[in-house]
Design a protein around this ligand. Structure first.
Ligand SMILES: [Fe+2]
Length: 272
């Protein structure tokens, strides 16, 4: 497939960055914003930046209780007592995934994520991701049986208790600019058939043992104030394990069907 988007690009902070961010984000799967001045209010800056790209709802679903929050950034923060309850509290590695695979796209399409760093890990903790065009090449050339199943067999993804219900999607799909992924090993519904569950296990093993384990991911070590703006469905990403009090903040950005997304988020906010 002809590559139409840049996989990864570094962008140094400069005072006019908000004027170019939309064009840059649309051309790039993952934009790494570097060297952000210390005196900047990060929450305000990244809210303004996100709003240049699209609709920016504050929306977060608790990974344990599925409670919805609609008034602040989602926090990904190491908490020792909760480290085995969810990845966002953990210091362990996180397998490759997309963030919103369990949310049906016709319900709300959370297309981008804005992820910025408040406190980096002392050791480790890089965000890692694989170039989707490289992944496609490997699957087509070396894993054709697996590839054919990934592009043909729908899988149910869900987060138990979520207001978003469940999402049924092929793990790999395509739009006019490239591959789209819908994947998280932790969100594969137990309601899938044994054959589908076996496919998910094979794909996860392929990703973890041949892609992550093959050294084929690109690590990004966000420093304090730095961010990744990424197109979630094109960015299979994970995290290296770490030591320290790593603390990141994240929120989605919506580009399409903004009016229905606004209504949905306002409705959720009213319920909360
Ligand atoms: Fe993620």
């Amino acid at each position: 497939m002809k590559q139409q988007l840049t996989f990864y690009k570094e962008l140094e902070y400069f005072p006019g960055i908000l004027d170019i961010i939309k064009a840059e984000a649309e051309q790039t799967i993952a934009l790494y914003i570097k060297n952000v001045p210390e005196q900047i209010n990060l929450e305000e800056f990244y809210e303004s930046l996100s709003k240049k790209i699209g609709y920016f709802p504050y929306i977060d679903e608790d990974p344990v209780t599925a409670e919805i929050h609609t008034n602040t950034w989602m926090e990904i923060r190491y908490e020792e007592e909760k480290r085995f309850s969810a990845y966002k509290y953990s210091d362990l590695s996180h397998p490759l995934h997309t963030d919103y695979c369990y949310i049906p796209r016709n319900f709300i399409d959370l297309e981008w994520s804005c992820l910025f760093c408040k406190v980096p890990a002392d050791i480790g903790g890089a965000t890692v991701a694989v170039d989707p065009y490289l992944l496609l090449e490997i699957l087509q050339a070396r894993e054709s049986d697996l590839y054919n199943e990934l592009i043909n067999i729908p899988v149910v993804f869900e987060r138990l208790g979520s207001v978003f219900g469940a999402n049924k999607s092929k793990i790999i799909d395509f739009d006019e600019v490239g591959p789209l992924f819908c994947w998280s090993p932790n969100r594969v519904s137990k309601t899938n058939t044994p054959e589908v569950l076996a496919l998910c296990q094979r794909f996860n093993e392929f990703l973890e043992r041949k892609i992550v384990g093959g050294g084929l991911t690109v690590p990004i070590n966000l420093k304090s104030g730095e961010a990744l703006i990424f197109q979630d469905k094109r960015y299979l990403h994970g995290r290296n394990g770490f030591y320290g009090n790593r603390f990141l903040k994240k929120n989605p950005i919506v580009k399409h069907n903004v009016e229905s997304a606004k209504k949905l988020v306002e409705g959720l906010a009213a319920q909360g």
